[in-house]
Design a protein around this ligand. Structure first.
Ligand SMILES: *[C@@H]1O[C@H](CO)[C@@H](O)[C@H](O)[C@H]1NC(C)=O
Length: 245
């Protein structure tokens, strides 16, 4: 994962509505981190009216700067007033203090995926078989799911969903491999994720999974029971009809 700028902003929106349109005053406070250590961290406090930013405090500059006539007047006044001292303290009080909390609560949190390999019905296509590799409940979002055939990556006939948000901060993803089984080969699904110290490899076991065995067992029991009932019925019917005769 590349370290892009982390940006935390707090927007105060004050609006004066006139009908469905309106006027929009926003105060946007941002902490901009250029890396995970707090080097180069910047606090920006922008005042925006109807998309036009008219005055900004930038902690690197150390004072307010105005961009419109009103903004310049505000900047002059606030740079002389108590506002400046408050803004100068925000880098420490707001940004650095929250950085640690955000790192621990969001950035440093990782949860391993639960992975399941299953055989699914292939779409009518070139191959008679399809496997699905599903990774559930991982965090954060970036993940890599690949297929291996005898240890070598397979790129063709692979399709995947996006990382899907569960809605509970966790993600899931499903990758499909369409293939023509060959005897003696080994098909595996490899999952790489920041929560794992090394890639996890799951091998496909072509013997029937337990759920399938259960289905067959239930079906077979039903068949035996049906046969017994049919036989009992037949015997009963024979006896009865011979009794009448
Ligand atoms: C804040 O000021 C510094 C120094 O002028 C500048 O390099 C930086 O881009 C400014 N940041 C923003 C968000 O305007």
């Amino acid at each position: 994962m590349s370290m892009s700028i982390f940006c935390v902003s707090l927007t105060l929106v004050l609006s004066i509505f006139s009908g469905t349109d309106g006027y929009f005053e926003q105060v946007v406070r941002q902490c901009r981190y250029s890396s995970k250590d707090l080097q180069g961290i910047e606090f920006i406090d922008s005042y925006v009216f109807n998309k036009a930013e008219y005055v900004r405090f930038n902690s690197t500059v150390g004072k307010y700067v105005g961009y419109t006539e009103l903004g310049v007047k505000n900047a002059e006044a606030w740079n002389k007033g108590p506002e400046l001292a408050v803004e100068l303290g925000e880098l420490e009080r707001f940004c650095k203090h929250n950085a640690d909390l955000h790192y621990r609560a969001i950035l440093d949190k990782t949860v391993e995926p639960h992975v399941r390999l299953s055989s699914v019905a292939p779409p009518s296509g070139r191959h008679p078989a399809m496997l699905m590799c599903s990774a559930y409940d991982f965090y954060p979002k970036p993940i890599r799911v690949t297929w291996l055939r005898d240890g070598r990556e397979v790129k063709s006939d692979v399709t995947s969903t996006e990382e899907l948000a569960n809605g509970d901060w966790y993600y899931q993803i499903h990758s499909h491999l369409e293939y023509t089984p060959r005897s003696g080969e080994k098909i595996s699904c490899m999952v790489e994720h920041i929560s794992l110290t090394e890639p996890m490899v799951y091998h496909w076991d072509p013997s029937l999974p337990e759920a399938e065995r259960n289905k067959i067992a239930i079906g077979a029991s039903g068949l035996v029971l049906g046969a017994i009932l049919a036989l009992a019925g037949l015997i009963y019917y024979k006896k009865k009809s011979s009794g009448v005769l």
